[in-house]
Design a binder for this molecule. Sequence first.
Ligand SMILES: Nc1ncnc2c1ncn2[C@@H]1O[C@H](COP(=O)(O)OP(=O)(O)OP(=O)(O)O)[C@@H](O)[C@H]1O
Length: 296
Amino acid sequence: MEKIQIICNPNAGRQILQKSLPKLINTLQNQKNIRVDINYTTKALDAKNMAIEGCHQEYDLIITVGGDGTVNEVVNGIMVSDRKPKLAIYPAGTVNDFGNYLKIPKSVENFSTMILKGNTTKVDVGLARERYFLNVAAAGLLPEVAHRVSSEAKTVLGKFAYYIEGIKEFSKLRFKPMKITLKHNGREEEKEILFFILANSPSVGGFKYVAPQAKINDGHLDLLIVENNQLMDVAGIFLKALMGNHTNHPGLQYIQVQEFTIHTEGIVDLDLDGELGGRLPANFSVKKHGIEVIIP
Ligand SMILES: Nc1ncnc2c1ncn2[C@@H]1O[C@H](COP(=O)(O)OP(=O)(O)OP(=O)(O)O)[C@@H](O)[C@H]1O
């Protein structure tokens, strides 16, 4: 008997895919050897705690139904548990970077077929101090913009809410650059930066090619640092980023890392998979092939 736990954030995204859950559960339970249980989250950290419980209860597979934040919590639950069930992502949030990158189907029929076929791959998991992330860690201007977008605006406008807020933020020039010390490969560099992005997959914040060389199973994370450029340069980097040909822009540093530390002057919020996830300074590392994910 295969035991499947579904962890669903009923409020994620535009709450569309959640409506097809009864059909998903029916399809799976119509198989002879499958038992499905469903848990609904009501607040932050529910998904993490439910996943920890699921690991104890010997589920074989946890399906997340929600956005990147729900996936992040479930990954954290699995990573702190000794027994690690497989993970499947039903992308029901606003952005769904990791799910989109894996080309996870959104139709309930194709998603169920994927689950029943059960193809998997092992993917790397990032660690920022003691918190894990599956797709991205970031700090500075960019995540600040993302957190200013209200969840209502996100629900109605989707990705465009970020871009609108981004343009407002740039035009007001309210953002102060961050002073950081980057320790990597035994070297130490001081920089004044606007933001950094540490990516596991190429796809970040709805942009498909932010870290064009990133591979989710190579044991590395791709670090992009945008230095304190002129506004026009930053706009140029964004435009080029749409096509993924921004990485040799002179105002940007792009390296692959396994372990590094960022020290900041003062405390800076850290974004993990699109949600507030702790603070800088922090050190970062990667757990190679830390989690097994179902793929099409
Ligand atoms: N029932 C709930 N109502 C409101 N918030 C919730 C609920 N359950 C969990 N949360 C919180 O909402 C956060 C965001 O959820 P999630 O990422 O699934 O959706 P989203 O923000 O719409 O999607 P995305 O991250 O892709 O933009 C979670 O990290 C969690 O802290």
